[in-house]
Design a protein around this ligand. Structure first.
Ligand code: MN3
Length: 200
C-alpha cells in the first residue's frame, strides 16, 4: 500500500484570478506528485510503510527523505482541501467564535496569519493550529508542519498556506503579500471549520 496523489477537488482554473491555472497544474501535477512518489520511495521496506501520514509525521525523528516528502505530501493535501472556488468570506459557527475569542476579531486573525506567512524567510508554510483547545498562528520552514516533533510550532493544523515561490511566482513574482491577500478569497471556511471541530 502506498500514498496516492489526491485528485484536486476543483478544476485547475477554478481559483482564478486568485491562483492561476498554470500554477495549479505544476503545483499539483509536478510538485505534489513528486513529494508523493518520493515519500513512497522513502518509506518502502521500513516500519513506516502502511502507516497513516499523520502517524508517520508524529512518529519521532524522521529521516530527511521522510521529513521533506512526508511533510510535502501532507501539507499539499491540506492546502487543496482548504481552498474552494466558492470560498472566501467569513467563517461561521464555533470556528468564528473561536477566532473572535483567541484573536479578537476576524481582521486581527487575518493580520496575524498574513504576517506569519509574509515573514517566513525563504520557503515554508504558515498555519492556523489548535493547541490546548485554543487557536494559534505560526509558521514552519521547508515542508515541516506542526505535527512534527521539534518544530517551533506545535499543535493540530487546521489550515495552511504554502509560501514557497512555486506557489505564486508565475502570477505574483516577488509579491508574496499580494498572493497572501488573494488566498483569503479562496479559503474554504466550511472545511476549516470541520478541521477545527475534529481537532478540539
Ligand atoms: Mn508547494
Amino acid at each position: 500500500m502506498s500514498f496516492k496523489l489526491p485528485e484536486l477537488p476543483f478544476a485547475h482554473d477554478a481559483l482564478e484570478p486568485h491562483i492561476d491555472a498554470r500554477t495549479m497544474e505544476i503545483h499539483h501535477g509536478k510538485h505534489h506528485a513528486g513529494y508523493t512518489n518520493k515519500l513512497n520511495a522513502a518509506i518502502e521496506g521500513t516500519d513506516l510503510e502502511g502507516k497513516s501520514i499523520e502517524d508517520i509525521l508524529t512518529s519521532g525523528t524522521l529521516s530527511v527523505g521522510v521529513r521533506n516528502n512526508g511533510g510535502g505530501y501532507f501539507n499539499h493535501c491540506m492546502f487543496w482541501d482548504v481552498m474552494s472556488p466558492n470560498g472566501g468570506g467569513s467563517p461561521e459557527g464555533d470556528l468564528a467564535s473561536a477566532i473572535d475569542r483567541d484573536f479578537g476579531s476576524l481582521e486581527a486573525f487575518k493580520e496575524a496569519f498574513s504576517n506569519a506567512a509574509a515573514t517566513r524567510f525563504g520557503s515554508g508554510w504558515a498555519w492556523l493550529c489548535v493547541k490546548n483547545g485554543k487557536l494559534e498562528v505560526c509558521s514552519t520552514a521547508n515542508q515541516d508542519n506542526p505535527l512534527m516533533k521539534g518544530v517551533d510550532c506545535d499543535g493540530t493544523p487546521i489550515m495552511g498556506i504554502d509560501v514557497w515561490e512555486h506557489a505564486y511566482y508565475l502570477n505574483y513574482q516577488n509579491r508574496r503579500p499580494d498572493y497572501i491577500n488573494a488566498f483569503f478569497n479562496v479559503i474554504n471556511w466550511e472545511k476549516v471549520a470541520a478541521n477545527y471541530a475534529a481537532a478540539v
